[in-house]
Ligand binder design. Structure first.
Ligand code: SAH
Length: 231
């Protein structure tokens, strides 16, 4: 009996320690990788301090969850570097009542960060295994304001448009016209655009129906892929 109790206490203690360790690493990531590089939007920093990035990476690399780089999430895809997630979130100037569209759910981490700030996040993933696994993590962590869909995000999500903000997390040669159409008046979109070896994050704004674009940061992103038969 005592032995069972002892094992139980030991297990709780190690689990607690592991959690404490991840919480410490998350706080350090915010200070050393985000604030140190100029991220200063309070809502973005609050969300990055809260979302457990370790829950979105494969178990085998959980201890590396807060490293200053992208990490593999299977299916040849990656979870973006924390700084890039924060940068893209901050530049959207999100407000609590916003409805946001994300193309490229991947691990689900970016969607969870957005979901901490806005009313609802619609996110589309083309690789079924990734979309299904991200949905499970959203359910487990209680992100009921994230709505998922499996498919090609090129055409956006017409039924729920317009979106106050759009974020694309896969690199593409040109900005898809349907996404420009589905951006609300006064809305902002952030998207990695250009040929694969020289992409830039491009900030798109729509004012009085007029689209403006501005290159804001050179980046590397996994490629945007199209479903067969789509164009
Ligand atoms: N936001 C993700 C980053 C994922 S990497 C995260 O936080 O983890 C980019 C993702 O875009 C990949 O999972 C890839 O499968 C997906 N993707 C690529 N082309 C797509 C398309 N046409 N529609 C939807 N998702 C796409």
């Amino acid at each position: 009996m005592y032995r069972v109790l002892l094992i139980f206490v030991f297990l709780c203690w190690t689990a607690g320690c592991a959690q404490y360790d991840q919480d410490k690493k998350r706080k350090a990531m915010v200070t050393n990788q985000l604030i140190a590089r100029g991220i200063n939007d309070p809502a973005t920093l609050r969300a990055m301090r809260k979302v457990p990035r370790e829950a979105f990476v494969p178990k085998s690399i959980r201890e590396h969850a807060y490293q200053d780089n992208p990490l593999p999430i299977g299916q040849g895809q990656t979870i973006s570097q924390p700084y890039i997630v924060a940068f893209m979130t901050q530049i959207l100037q999100l407000k609590p009542n916003y409805k946001v569209l994300e193309i490229g759910t991947g691990s689900g981490y970016q969607a969870a960060v957005l979901a901490e700030i806005v009313r609802s996040v619609y996110t589309i993933e083309i690789v079924e295994e990734l979309g299904v696994s991200a949905k499970k993590v959203f359910q487990k962590l209680g992100y009921t304001n994230v709505i998922t869909r499996i498919g090609d995000g090129y055409n956006g999500w017409e039924e729920h448009a317009p979106f106050d903000a759009i974020i694309v997390t896969a690199g593409i040669e040109e900005i898809p016209q349907p996404l420009l159409d589905q951006l609300a008046e006064g809305g902002r979109m952030i998207i990695p655009v250009g040929p694969s070896n020289q992409r830039n994050l491009v900030l798109v704004t729509k004012k009085k129906g007029k689209i403006k674009t501005k290159k804001v940061l050179p980046v590397r992103f996994v490629p945007f892929v199209r479903e067969k038969g789509e164009n």
